[in-house]
Design a protein around this ligand. Structure first.
Ligand SMILES: [Zn+2]
Length: 333
């Protein structure tokens, strides 16, 4: 525990950035890091990461030994408990690359007008949010454009589907209602039998409008598929075309769901800690006028999402598997 008992104490009140400085100093002086060649620096960081990974695993084992039945704790609770002792050294996170497929629906009634040329900008902005977790989404070479010749979409007309989507709304408590109908409309019609294998990448379907007061929905965690409306009336007096930064923010949030995160709300862990410290969190929703919610991911969220990312089998980065794989945090769907 030597390595991280010092580390945890030093970082109890420090920011994650400061924490990383501490961990680097443990393994090598700042001078060594500063003067190292890029390759040597990478090697030093990799060694530090492996040391951290070992300590993380030990904390996890301790948790299970100290508390019989710890396996029954939810993944969020277990990740939080370990991260309290072993805060994530964010500057050392090996990069996880996940393939991202944009699917642009082109249809007079259902489709969007987002040009293909805007996709790199959107992907870049999405990655700004995920950088803190050491995750980057790599768009496939070309977005897919989907249309419905003849207006029939697996037994329902595009006009009929548009009407049905317009009827999807939120309840008085702000929660989405008719989830089953929503899933049916999209998964059994609009997104059914695409001419690509949806399991080979995370999928971002962009349509015109996806329901009243809705900006985005993670419609199917099993295939890591999200739907985004180019236009929305959430926070607007009428249905409005959203800007690229707003679309990107929603995509980043929905990809968090696709990576296994839920809305933290105002919940607390069993030790009384709030699920989302004191920073505005990426998984907290919001409207465009107020910046669309937060940006930050807590350490336990980073653990969960990286574990889920690895469990998809879509990551082929050689340096990523030393830990946060097989910890059992990931949610499988
Ligand atoms: Zn959400």
């Amino acid at each position: 525990m030597e390595f991280f008992s010092k580390y945890a104490t030093a970082t109890a009140t420090a920011t994650a950035t400061a924490a990383t400085t501490v961990i680097v100093k443990e393994a090598a002086t700042e001078t060594t890091i500063a003067t190292a060649t890029p390759k040597a620096k990478e090697q030093l960081q990799s060694e530090d990461w492996h040391t951290y990974g070992s300590e993380f695993q030990r904390c996890l084992q301790d948790l299970h030994q100290d508390r019989p039945g710890a396996f029954a704790l939810c993944a969020e609770e277990r990740a939080h408990r370990v991260c309290r002792i072993c805060p994530i050294p964010r500057d050392l996170l090996p990069l996880l690359r996940l393939p991202l497929r944009f699917v642009l629906v082109r249809d007079e009634h259902l489709g969007c007008s987002v040009p293909v040329s805007d996709i790199p900008t959107i992907a870049e902005e999405v990655n700004q949010y995920w950088k803190q977790a050491g995750i980057t989404f790599t768009p496939l070479l070309a977005p897919v454009e989907v249309s419905y010749p003849g207006g029939d979409v697996h037994g329902r007309s595009v006009v009929d589907l548009k009407t049905a989507i317009s009827s999807l709304c939120r309840g008085d408590d702000g929660r989405m209602t008719e989830k089953t109908l929503r899933r049916r409309l999209f998964l059994e019609h609009i997104m059914k039998d695409p001419h690509f294998d949806p399991h080979t990448a995370f999928n971002v379907w962009i349509l015109d409008f996806i329901g009243q007061e809705s900006q985005g929905v993670c419609i199917d965690r099993g295939s890591h598929s999200i739907i985004i409306g180019q236009r929305s009336n959430k926070g607007y007096p009428e249905v409005t075309v959203r800007s690229l930064p707003c679309l990107s923010k929603t995509i980043a949030h929905e990809l968090g769901h696709a990576l296994g995160l839920d809305h933290p709300g105002g919940g607390r862990f069993s030790d009384g800690d709030p699920l989302c410290g004191y920073r505005r969190n990426l998984m907290t929703g919001g409207v465009d006028k107020r910046g669309g919610g937060g940006y930050y991911l807590e350490d336990w969220q980073i653990v969960l999402t990286r574990d889920t990312a690895l469990s998809t089998g879509m990551c082929h980065d050689s340096n990523c598997s030393s830990f946060l794989g097989g910890c059992g945090f990931e949610k499988r769907y």
